[in-house]
Ligand binder design. Sequence first.
Ligand code: AMP
Length: 617
Amino acid sequence: MNAAVTTYDRQRHSDVASENAFASLKLNETLLKAVAETGYETPSPIQKAAIPPLLEGRDVVGQAQTGTGKTAAFALPAIQRLDLNLLHPQILVLTPTRELAIQVAEAMQTYARYVKGFHVLPVYGGQGMDSQLRQLRRGVHSVVGTPGRIQDHIRRGTLNLKSISTVVLDEADEMLRMGFVDDVDAILSTCPEKKQVALFSATMPSAIRKIAQRHLQYPVEIKIKSRSVTVSTVRQRYCQVTRRNKLDALTRILEVEDFEAMLIFVRTKTATVELAEKLEARGFSSAALNGDMAQALRERTVDRLKVGRLDILVATDVAARGLDVERVSHVVNYDIPYDTEGYIHRIGRTARAGRSGEAILFVAPRERRMLRSIEKATGHSIDMMLLPSQEDIADHRVNQFKALITSTIESEDLDTFASVIASYQQTLGADLSDIAAALAFLAQRDRPLSPKLAKIPEQGFKGEETRGPKAPNRTHSSRNNRKPSHDRPGSVKKLQPGMERYRLAVGRDHEVLPKHIVGAIANEAGLDNENIGYIKLYDTYSTVDLPGGMPKDVFQHLRKVRVCGRKLHIELDHGFDENTTRGRARTAEKLKKSRKPKTSKRGGTKKVKNSTQALKG
Ligand code: AMP
């Protein structure tokens, strides 16, 4: 056994091997089997903390965000507590969006795959009522839906809540942000007095606290704490990806990053094996490391990484705990960690023995909040990383190929080959550069210098926005949902009294929509949607009207808030000033628009004329 194995954290390993930590949470066999098949090794922190009290029937307030494993935290105990013989809705999960409703319903179905006869139904606006009605009539145990559509059903009398015994508010602050708070309150009041309520929210604004005070009884409060740590020797970057293009994104990164050894973190044991196999198939020397593997095999695998017989390890958090291999130059968070602690531990697997290291984090649209929490906890801003383009990869391959020629000429004895080529050239009278090109082709046949790559949308978040439109029946202002009335081409509204116009460093080019801006400002500045005024989007920036006298700390905070992955850099908008750099930039933008046809959606003809004149004058 060599040093690699001795430095490896043995205690954790025996923990992994000896028990299924989910069993200690008193979940029944049927659920444990499904959980094990899903590939979960150990409960995440929120699961460890929330499952036992929920199984006891206690109310729970959990401060946790997407990605922490909160769905299983509430779904597993709720399913276990069901009366399967009673075919009436007993579990009601409220979610802010239809996407989350579908996701939660699917997760519940997965966890209940061995629970015979279990039925869960996602209901949300935008989907025809008929099939929902049919399924409701047939009978379901659990309903997962957006507050608007649930209210619709209650009003129509098609959803009876009298048997509800568990209500879950998932992403409560998001529901607040989207204006659903009154609906949530009303729905909770419609449910029977005697019920269990679990409330999950990433933040705890006062409106959510009020809901908790009104509807929860002696709740167990769970907060997944984040420690403030600086990992200064690790360069941290993040990359916007969607679930669909993660593998292609990783492949591109592997092509151009100069890494010695890489540790890739995924969530499940199954994913370690699947990803390692896919990477092997794409020509990267990789292996899986997970808690299912016997300890001896895990040690051998780490050993191979240590001595350079292996370059990539795809691991779960548990399996990689305490891993100490100097060669690890890169850590890739393929699946985002559950919490900031997890992130800090993961990236601590690089930059060992005084070296520096690189950490790359894949962030899906729904996980942007976690990115911000991580930045806070590490005290480091994480830079956005653009995925290498087709050209970058071609350039990289060509450079590698040239370097290989150089080193071969320098280090190999090529006399025999030179004489073969000379005789070939003499006999056939071929051109030397043609011969070299043909040999280059043969050498690179399996690795073309200009590879055709799978398409990845340039902005990882493009077309993947997960916020669905608001339910149509909502009564209060839906300013942020209107197809930007803020933003009619060419129209710039006059500033209302008492308001101030601010400029934000995000615009159409960054895929920003007014609703993103409203959401971010409402959430981060604690403003009601109603107080957020006129928004105008330009290509590279936007303006928003906000109530005058914004407190300094709110202003400073908003500067750092990110929308669509970019910092807002909010500043007071002083209007057009061509003597400043910004003024010039804006002039340039307006000029750019003036070259567009008049029918162009972007930019107003009238304003363009003015600014062109201003420039001339
Ligand atoms: P959630 O925060 O509930 O949206 O979960 C985020 C992701 O983590 C989902 O893909 C889950 O399948 C996964 N997940 C949840 N719990 C665990 C666990 N204990 N081990 C591994 N993955 C998990």
